[in-house]
Design a protein around this ligand. Structure first.
Ligand SMILES: Cc1ncc(COP(=O)(O)O)c(C=O)c1O
Length: 390
């Protein structure tokens, strides 16, 4: 066989081992075995019924043809409106490009902004696909670690020190997966100052932005002075339990949109029209559903945190958003991966090694609470049995 391109190597993440237990658990659950999957960030709730109805009606009405490659103008308008509401950033639909989820928007953004010879700074712990997405462009990933002992707070000095003449972009995720932490205004301002000083792009993954429990969240887009160097990514996957619909977007300077258009023309050619109709409904008539979902996660987070706090050896972090909780398991004496493997073998509960999100999170595991209350309860009881028996 002839050789594959070097691209195939560059998109190979090394997090495979971390997902191994998760994959085993998914398969076992599929076979109807008694396992509890607490390792994934796919909302357990259903997409709001009016969103589903709108998509079906559009499908039946024949919305089955090519659509605007940028995304339907009504959808881009609705995205721009919600973004303005959330951040105060004055954007119009001409600065919005619809992609196939945040992940696709990230991939396209990186392709348009960096290349071989450039450095992309990622703040760890960071979402597992970032490494391969950056690798795809040929750019070099530069890691800035947040220390476990500061509660994974952003180290601005370390970020500043990581910047070199090759630096081109800082990739942020706030609220963060896996920590569930949001960057404070002071942190956002400090990152903005660095980006301006060193003439860097900022790409901010806001996919959990609508699932913040309190009211202290500020999006990077709220910092006016970075508007010409900021790309904000998000989707309906988490906010409206629409992960399978694959509707996401990138919002950025107008000059970037033509490049997005060309990128989408060669790899996507727009999202299905009826899917976009459902998305418009999510951003308009069903907009408040996100609050209902957020409140469910907020309630579960407290329940899970309290339960974990009472267990021997475990110290849970206090997430501010999302559907995960990071738990310090260092006092068990086990590595993250050993904890995950033994928990699964002994109790049939899958959680994720947080070390997959960066070496600085070694000694932590990520527990998802994107599952129904009864399963969550059962999963927690089994985790208690496991740690009690250590
Ligand atoms: C931080 C982060 N970014 C992006 C994604 C991908 O989201 P989407 O479904 O919008 O592509 C996820 C999914 O879990 C995520 O956790």
């Amino acid at each position: 066989m002839a050789e594959f391109s070097s691209f195939c190597q560059r998109i190979q993440g090394d997090g495979a081992a971390a997902w191994d237990i998760h994959m085993q658990a998914q398969k076992a659950a599929g076979r109807g075995e008694d396992v509890i999957v607490m390792s994934v960030g796919d909302p357990d709730m259903d997409t709001p019924v009016e969103v589903v109805d709108k998509a079906i009606t559009s499908l039946r009405a024949g919305d089955t043809h090519y659509v605007d490659v940028m995304g339907k103008v009504e959808l881009r308008r609705a995205i721009a409106y919600r973004h303005r509401q959330r951040s105060g950033q004055a954007v119009s639909e001409d600065q919005v490009m619809v992609f196939c989820g945040t992940q696709n928007a990230l991939f396209a953004s990186l392709l348009c902004l960096v290349e071989a010879g450039d450095e992309v700074i990622v703040i760890e712990p960071a979402y597992v696909t970032y490494e391969a997405s950056i690798g795809a462009t040929g750019a070099t990933l530069v890691r800035v670690s947040c220390a476990a002992d500061t509660g994974f707070a952003l180290d601005i000095d370390a970020l500043g020190a990581a910047i070199t003449p090759q630096s081109k972009l800082i990739l942020l995720c706030s609220p963060n997966n896996p920590t569930g932490l949001v960057l404070s205004q002071a942190e956002l301002e400090a990152v903005a100052d660095l980006a301006i000083k060193h003439d860097l792009w900022l790409v901010c993954d806001d996919v959990y932005g609508e699932l913040v429990y309190g009211d202290n969240y500020l999006a990077m887009a709220s910092i006016d002075r970075v508007a010409d160097r900021l790309v904000t990514l998000s989707s309906l996957s988490k906010s409206h339990a629409m992960s399978g619909w694959r509707v996401g977007w990138a919002i950025g300077p107008q000059a970037l949109m033509g490049h997005f258009y060309n990128t989408a023309l060669t790899m996507l050619y727009g999202l299905p029209g009826f899917i976009q109709e459902g998305a418009i409904c999510a951003l308009t008539d069903a907009w408040d559903e996100r609050k209902t979902m957020r409140d469910v996660y907020a309630k579960r987070m407290l329940m899970v945190q309290q339960a974990l706090q009472d267990m021997p050896h475990l110290i849970p972090l206090q997430p501010q958003a999302g559907m995960f909780i990071l738990v310090d398991v260092r006092s068990t004496g086990l590595t993250s991966q050993a904890f995950v493997e033994q928990l699964y073998q002994q109790q049939g509960v899958s959680v994720l090694s947080a070390a997959a999100f960066g070496a600085c999170a070694e000694g932590f595991v990520r527990i998802s609470f994107a599952l129904a209350d009864d399963l969550l309860d059962k999963g927690l009881q089994r985790i208690r049995q496991f740690v009690t028996g250590l």
